[in-house]
Design a protein around this ligand. Structure first.
Ligand code: TRP
Length: 479
C-alpha cells in the first residue's frame, strides 16, 4: 500500500486535471457522432437530462469514495468494504480502462494526423474522402502508436504539471475557437436545417426510439464526464485538503457540458451545409465538418493548425487520465514500479488499439456500445457502494469542506445515488444490452397479461434492483 501518496500541489490543480480529463474527444468528437446517429435534438435532450440528474450526483459519488479511501478504484472498494466481492468488482475498471484507451488512442491518432495535415494542406482538397482514406488501416495503427507513446511518456515522466498548466490555456482557446467557428458556420447555406436537426427535438421520434436513444445518451453523458471508470475517483484520491466536492463537481460538469454542446453547434450546420446530412456523420462527423470549414476559410491552414493542436492537447489530458487508472492499480496493489507498470500496459494497449484501428466494425462496437455498457455498469457499482457500504460516512465526506447549501443536500443525495439513480441506470443498462444483442423485447404474454418492451425492461430492472438491494443489506448498509 502506498503510504505516502502524491497530492495536488495547488488548489486549482485538481479542478484543472479533472476538467482536463473530462473535456476531450468525448465532447468534440464522440458527442457529434452519437448525436448524429440518434436523432439529433432528441438525443441532446435526453443527454442533458442525464448529465444533470445522473452525471453530477455520480461525479460526487466517485469523489467521495476517492477522497475517503485515497486509493485506486480497486483498492478503494476493497479497503472501505473489506469484502472480496467488491474487490473483484473493482477489477472491472481495469478492463474498462483498457477498452477506453484502445479506441481513444485511435481517435487521438486521427487528430494528430489532422494536426499534421493542417500544415501541409493534406485534407483541403476533399475533406470527406480524406477521412475515409485515413480512418482505418496500417497507417491508422501508426498514428495510434504515436498518440499512445506520447500519452505513456507523459504519465511516465510526470510532466502532468505541464499538462495542468496547458489546460489553463487550452480551455479558453477551445471555447474561443468553437465560438468563432459557430458564428461562421451558422451563416452557411443550409445551416438552419442543421441547427433545427440539432436543437428542435422531434418528440414523436423520441418516443418511438426511446429505448435505443436512452442507453446511448446515458453512456455519452458518463463518457464525457469521465464517469464509471474510476478516473474521477482516482483524481479525488489525491486530494489533500478539504475542498467543496459539490462545488467543484458542479463547476466541472457545467464547463464540460458547455464545450460539448458548443461543438454540436459548430458541427451540424456545417455538415448540413455540405449536404452530408446527419446520418452520414458517423465517427467522421467532427473531422469532415471541420476539415471542410478550414478548407473554405481564409487562413484556413493556420486556423486548422491551431484548432487541431488544441484538440490534440485536450485528447492527451484525457488519455493520461485513462492510463492513470490501471497504472495506479498495478503500482498500489502489485507493488510494480511506475516505469514497469506504464511500459507493460503500453504494450497491451498497443495491440488492443491496433485491433480497433484496423477494423471499422470492431471500432464501432468498442467505441460505442461496449463503452456505454461498461461505464453505465461501473457507475451503478460506485453509486451502490456510496449508498450501501459507505452510507452515513459518504454524507460526512461530502459535507467536509462544503457550504451550507451542499450540506443540506447531502442526505437527499445519498438516497439518490443509493436507490433512485441506480434503478434508472439498471434500466438503461438492460435496454442497452437488449439493443446491442438485437433482442426484440416483447411483447410477451404472461399469465394472460401482455407486456410491451418497456414493461418487460421495467420488470427486469425491478428484479435486478431488488436483488442487489437485498444482497447489499447484509453489509453495514445505512439506508
Ligand atoms: N471524458 C473524456 C472525454 O470526453 C474521456 C475520458 C477520460 C474518460 N477518462 C475517462 C471517459 C474515464 C470515461 C472514463 O474525452
Amino acid at each position: 500500500m502506498a503510504m505516502t501518496r502524491e497530492s495536488w500541489q495547488t488548489r486549482i490543480g485538481f479542478i484543472l486535471a479533472a476538467v482536463g480529463s473530462a473535456v476531450g474527444l468525448g465532447n468534440l468528437w464522440r458527442f457529434p457522432w452519437m448525436t448524429s446517429e440518434n436523432g439529433g435534438a432528441a438525443f441532446l435532450l435526453v443527454y442533458l437530462g442525464v448529465v444533470l440528474l445522473v452525471g453530477v450526483p455520480g461525479l460526487l459519488a466517485e469523489f467521495v469514495i476517492g477522497r475517503r479511501s485515497r486509493r485506486n478504484p480497486v483498492g478503494a472498494l476493497s479497503d472501505l468494504s473489506e469484502s472480496s466481492a467488491w474487490s473483484a468488482f473493482g477489477h472491472v475498471f481495469v478492463v474498462t480502462a483498457v477498452v477506453l484507451l484502445s479506441f481513444y488512442s485511435v481517435v487521438g491518432g486521427w487528430t494528430l494526423r489532422y494536426f499534421a495535415g493542417s500544415f501541409t494542406g493534406a485534407y483541403f482538397g476533399a475533406p470527406g474522402a480524406y477521412f475515409d482514406s485515413i480512418n482505418y488501416g496500417v497507417e491508422a495503427v501508426g498514428f495510434h502508436l504515436l498518440f499512445l507513446g506520447v500519452t505513456a511518456l507523459i504519465v511516465l515522466r510526470g510532466v502532468r504539471r505541464g499538462i495542468e498548466r496547458a489546460t489553463k490555456l487550452m480551455m479558453p482557446a477551445i471555447v474561443v475557437l468553437l465560438l468563432a467557428l459557430a458564428a461562421w458556420g451558422v451563416t452557411l447555406d443550409g445551416a438552419s436545417e442543421g441547427l433545427a436537426f440539432y436543437l428542435s427535438p422531434d418528440i414523436a421520434f423520441l418516443q418511438a426510439n426511446f429505448l435505443h436513444i436512452l442507453p446511448a445518451a446515458a453512456g455519452q453523458a458518463l463518457f464525457t464526464l469521465s464517469l464509471g471508470a474510476g478516473t474521477m475517483l482516482t483524481y479525488a484520491s489525491y486530494l489533500g485538503e478539504d475542498r467543496s466536492l459539490a462545488a467543484d463537481g458542479t463547476a466541472i460538469a457545467v464547463l464540460n457540458t458547455f464545450v460539448g454542446v458548443l461543438a454540436g453547434v459548430v458541427v451540424f450546420p456545417i455538415l448540413f451545409a455540405l449536404g452530408v446530412g446527419a446520418g452520414g456523420g458517423g465517427p467522421g462527423a467532427l473531422f469532415v465538418s471541420l476539415a471542410s470549414a478550414f478548407a473554405a476559410l481564409p487562413y484556413g491552414q493556420v486556423v486548422g493548425v491551431v484548432f487541431f493542436g488544441v484538440v490534440v492537447l485536450a485528447a492527451l489530458s484525457s488519455s493520461i487520465s485513462m492510463l492513470e487508472i490501471p497504472v495506479s492499480f498495478l503500482v498500489d496493489e502489485y507493488g510494480l514500479s511506475r516505469r514497469a507498470a506504464v511500459t507493460s500496459l503500453t504494450g497491451v494497449f498497443a495491440v488492443t488499439g491496433a485491433v480497433c484501428a484496423l477494423d471499422q466494425g470492431v471500432f464501432g462496437f468498442v467505441a460505442g456500445t461496449l463503452v456505454d455498457l461498461l461505464l453505465t455498469g461501473g457507475l451503478v457499482g460506485f453509486m451502490l457502494f456510496a449508498g450501501w457500504v459507505l452510507g452515513a460516512d459518504a454524507v460526512t465526506e461530502l459535507q467536509r469542506g462544503s457550504g451550507s447549501f451542499a450540506r443540506s443536500l447531502a442526505t437527499p443525495w445519498l438516497y439518490a445515488v443509493g436507490v433512485f439513480i441506480p434503478v434508472f441506470l439498471i434500466f438503461t443498462f438492460v435496454s442497452g444490452l437488449a439493443d446491442a444483442a438485437g433482442v426484440a423485447v416483447g411483447p410477451l404474454s404472461l399469465l394472460g397479461v401482455t407486456l410491451g418492451p418497456t414493461r418487460i425492461l421495467l420488470v427486469v430492472t425491478a428484479v435486478v434492483a431488488v436483488a442487489s438491494f437485498l444482497g447489499l443489506r447484509r453489509s453495514r448498509s445505512v439506508l
